[in-house]
Design a protein around this ligand. Structure first.
Ligand code: NAD
Ligand code: ZN
Ligand code: ZN
Length: 352
């Protein structure tokens, strides 16, 4: 049954880099021929959205900007070329809103590397609005048994950490350190790692986050603010003291990006995912060489990674804590995120 589409809708908009975030009414956009219009019910808030507001990266956003890229909702309109999606289907809007599907990278399913990629909530308007546009080819297909609130964080955080864990090459039974484990990506990383048969050491700070990480399945927690020597403590948390087989860096500070190569196990892999402003990687050449360390970046995932990450979730293997607040409260969520006070994820209900 088709739903009436209003002319106006509520959205969170920034007019300039640095904010403030304004909760206001804006027109509902119309989908182009290869696009769908999705009535977003819930949207997760990723730290990337805060980086976008703050202008942290050497890549300009569109302005004015509706942020957000973890949106889950119901398809309400289709462009005339869209024939594999129906009005009423559930759909997810992720960071990669669309790509050319024809370049060297798209042809090899490295869609995030497409030079023409459209980025939701960054170069095109995102999911902090009630009606959002997505390229049909890239809309994440969600079956009707999937709860739209809980799945929202999977659409960026889940897909990204699942891809990062695959990129790490860690095998079932091996140990992975999750750095920034108490945040949105970190909490999901522990659940995906567990589902993939990996053991995890969580690194973050605070009692709330320590408790959450233990509930999510990590067998050890290193508090980076209390530890006198993070490198030694992480290595000591592994059975033979030689360090974790892989490190997943999802922290929002530079320091751990300059430490991980020191504690990773010989032959181990450091996967960089977090994007702290102005940060540089650093590793001692001597240890990196004689330990044969691999250091690599990992950037969201392709459509297939998305479908796989969603399937883990649909099967009930991924349960990470999230709190729901109204779309109008986005600024408060950013304030808490800036202070590092969020254990898990916040999800916005677009009806409030
Ligand atoms: P978040 O704010 O929810 O979590 C970040 C966590 O890092 C917090 O719990 C914080 O306490 C922790 N932290 C800060 N300093 C630390 C330190 N020195 N050691 C260990 N932990 C530390 O953020 P999020 O939404 O999970 O995003 C994390 C990062 O990942 C952001 O920079 C975001 O832009 C980036 N990101 C990258 C990709 C990608 O494709 N590469 C995708 C999504 C997000
Ligand atoms: Zn994100
Ligand atoms: Zn392309």
């Amino acid at each position: 049954m088709s739903q009436e589409i209003p002319e106006k809708q509520w959205a969170c908009v920034i007019e300039k880099t640095g904010g403030p975030v304004e909760y206001k009414e804006i027109p509902v956009p119309k989908p182009g021929p290869d696009e769908v219009l999705i009535n977003i019910k819930y949207s997760g808030v990723c730290h990337t959205d805060l980086h976008a507001v703050n202008g942290d990266w050497p890549l300009a956003t569109k302005l004015p900007l509706v942020g957000g890229h973890e949106g889950a909702g119901v398809v309400v309109a289709l462009g005339e070329l869209v024939d594999d999606i129906k009005v009423g289907d559930y759909g997810g809007v992720k960071w990669i809103n669309g790509t050319c599907l024809a370049c060297d990278f798209c042809q090899q399913a490295d869609e995030p590397l497409c030079p023409k990629a459209l980025l939701s909530g960054y170069t095109v308007d995102g999911t902090f609005q009630q009606y959002c546009i997505a390229k049909a080819a890239h809309m994440t297909r969600l079956s009707k048994d999937i709860p739209l609130d809980a799945v929202a964080p999977v659409l960026c955080a889940g897909i990204t950490v699942y891809k990062g864990l695959k990129e790490s090459g860690a095998k079932p039974g091996q140990t992975v350190a999750i750095v920034g484990a108490g945040g949105g990506l970190g909490s999901l990383a522990q659940q995906y790692a567990k589902a993939m048969g990996l053991r995890t050491i969580a690194i973050d700070t605070g009692d709330d986050k320590e408790k959450m990480c233990s509930e999510l399945g990590s067998y050890a927690f290193v508090d980076f603010a209390k530890s006198k020597n993070v490198v030694k403590d992480v290595q000591a948390a592994t059975e033979d003291g030689l360090g974790p087989h892989a490190v997943i860096l999802v922290a929002v500070n530079e320091k751990p990006f300059q430490q991980a190569a020191e504690y990773v196990r010989p032959r181990g892999t450091v996967v960089c995912i977090g994007l702290p402003a102005g940060a540089y990687l650093r590793a001692p050449v001597f240890e990196s060489v004689i330990k044969m360390v691999t250091i690599k970046g990992s950037y969201v995932g392709n459509r297939r990674d998305g479908a796989e990450a969603i399937e883990f979730f649909r099967r009930g293997l991924i349960k990470a804590p999230y709190k729901i607040v109204g779309l109008s409260e986005l600024q408060k969520v950013y304030d808490l995120m800036h202070e590092g006070k969020i254990a898990g994820r916040y999800v916005l209900d677009t009806s409030k």
